[in-house]
Design a protein around this ligand. Structure first.
Ligand SMILES: Cc1cc2nc3c(=O)[nH]c(=O)nc-3n(C[C@H](O)[C@H](O)[C@H](O)COP(=O)(O)OP(=O)(O)OC[C@H]3O[C@@H](n4cnc5c(N)ncnc54)[C@H](O)[C@@H]3O)c2cc1C
Length: 453
């Protein structure tokens, strides 16, 4: 009986645990997942969640609902000491637990890459979690509601201004979806004109979407611009203090919403709180079979996959290249992790990870998309349909696929839900308002109850 501990129940971790449950007999191993959230997040759906095309709960997969044999520990691993085969876990109540294991699989993913820029910690919001996506959606909806009640002027202009930092995959997708949502809201807000919307995408490099080649990348810039977006290339944000965005080009404007999608940074527990070997970027040094270590030296009983691992990309002609951090790899590595751990537990040989990219497909907002596979480029509605088709098949479990599909059908028939639920952040407000001040309460005399008999 081996104790298998998985750090992180995201894409790779969830798939690893799910498949381990299927492959290993109960007499062979106990499986534990340590994950601070009770669910796995399907991140590729976050931009559509921002746009109101998918509901928040449909983007996540309940760990307890699907991992029947796994012990789910609702904590955050703060250190991994493989020499002693122990992890420290910070529990929700602030206490610390030490868990021991025989085999560890580290799938803690990445965190948002943030730079120390004035005003960022006060005003910006990331886009890696469902909470962040819900908040951005509500911010846009609330901004329309508030702006419609104001006369034209600087405050109304600020409310209708949004900024996305980062022209990579997630930045472009969320920008396209935000633009689509804002444009569609105009139907319900006749007080607001299209010309009042000011949506900015900021990219430090001279082009966006590094996952596609130059020409399709340029097409995406033109496409977003035609739809009213303002794309700033070769521009860095230098300050966001007081909600005023300042760019390295000297441009400045007041922005109500600031979404930070400037890429991945390594997860701190992997980068600096473990004795497992990491590379210069802080990623776990991983062999092609997903064991931690190098060709010459295996770290026994330690495995890694997904965004926190530097896995050799055997499909790439470029020597020394590593698989890129995306869901295509995370899901496949998660599955192989389960197969290879099972093989090693049974004294068999693990297989190497090899996956040839299926291409890149991105949503640019309802009805718009881009797809590229080698020299084949598809733009517009067909690419967007491919995006939806791919992701509805890729989201784990049939139950989630069904819910997402039903939501898309409902949105197609009845349009998006356009009510902001920002007030859920203050759930007791209505109740507190209903409580009369103590002084106004009528003073009641104790009522004498006649005794029986
Ligand atoms: C907005 C957005 C859109 C995307 N769109 C696409 C797309 O269209 N196609 C595509 O291929 N990829 C896409 N990606 C990338 C893809 O989602 C990631 O590459 C993938 O989720 C990585 O999987 P993972 O398991 O390594 O990490 P994650 O899925 O991030 O899971 C890591 C898990 O570990 C947990 N964790 C973190 N630290 C700890 C700790 N210390 N202790 C315990 N648990 C911890 C986290 O809570 C999380 O649940 C997108 C990403 C984003 C943000």
């Amino acid at each position: 009986m081996r104790d298998i501990l998985i750090v992180g129940g995201g894409y790779a971790g969830f798939y690893a645990a799910w498949n381990l449950e299927k492959l290993l007999r109960t007499s062979e191993a106990r499986i534990t997942v340590v994950e601070p959230r009770p669910y796995m997040t399907y991140q590729p759906f976050l931009p559509e969640l921002v746009a109101g095309s998918i509901e928040a709960r449909h983007v996540v997969v309940s760990l307890r609902g699907h991992l029947r044999r796994t012990t789910v520990v609702p904590g955050r691993v703060t250190s991994i000491t493989h020499a002693d085969k122990k992890v420290e876990v910070r529990m929700p109540d602030g206490s610390t637990r030490t868990l021991e294991y025989d085999i560890i699989a580290v799938t803690a993913g990445a965190v948002s890459r943030v730079f120390p820029i004035d005003g960022i910690s006060e005003h910006a919001i990331g886009l890696k979690t469902v909470e962040e996506a819900v908040a951005v959606r509500d911010q846009i909806l609330t901004a329309f509601e508030d702006a419609a009640a104001l006369p034209p002027g600087p405050e109304r202009r600020r409310l209708l201004t949004a900024t996305v930092v980062g022209g990579g995959f997630s930045g472009v997708e969320v920008f396209g979806e935000m633009l689509a949502l804002a444009t569609s809201l105009l139907k319900s807000y006749p007080e607001i004109q299209f010309s009042e919307l000011s949506f900015h995408l900021i990219e430090a490099n001279g082009r966006i979407l590094p996952e596609v080649t130059d020409k399709p990348g340029q097409w995406v810039v033109e496409h977003l611009t035609q739809r009213g977006g303002i794309v700033h290339l070769n521009s860095r944000i230098t300050s966001a203090a007081g909600n005023e965005v300042q760019l390295s080009t000297g441009e400045r404007y007041a922005s109500n919403i600031l979404v930070w999608a400037a890429g991945n940074a390594t997860n701190p527990v992997v980068a600096s709180h473990t004795d497992l070997p990491v590379d210069a970027r802080g990623l776990l040094i991983t062999r092609p079979d997903l064991r931690v270590g190098t060709d010459d030296e295996i770290v026994e009983d330690a495995w890694a996959a997904g965004d926190d691992a530097a896995v050799p990309d055997l499909a790439s002609p470029v020597p020394e290249s590593r698989t890129v951090p995306n869901a295509q790899h995370a899901v496949r590595q998660g599955r192989l992790l389960a197969k290879n751990i099972t093989a090693v537990v049974r004294g068999e040989l693990p297989r190497d990870y090899l996956h040839h990219s299926l291409g890149t497909v991105a949503t640019l907002g309802l009805g718009h998309g881009i797809f590229q596979y080698k020299s084949l480029v598809i733009k517009g509605l067909l690419a967007w349909l491919m995006h939806r088709g791919y992701h509805v098949l890729a989201v784990p479990t049939w139950e989630r696929k069904f819910r997402v599909l039903l939501m898309w059908i409902a949105s197609f028939l009845f349009g998006r839900d356009i009510v902001s639920l920002e007030s859920v952040q203050h759930p007791r407000a209505a109740f507190l308002e209903a409580i009369p001040p103590l002084a106004t309460l009528p003073v009641r005399m104790p009522v004498e109850v006649p005794r029986a008999g």
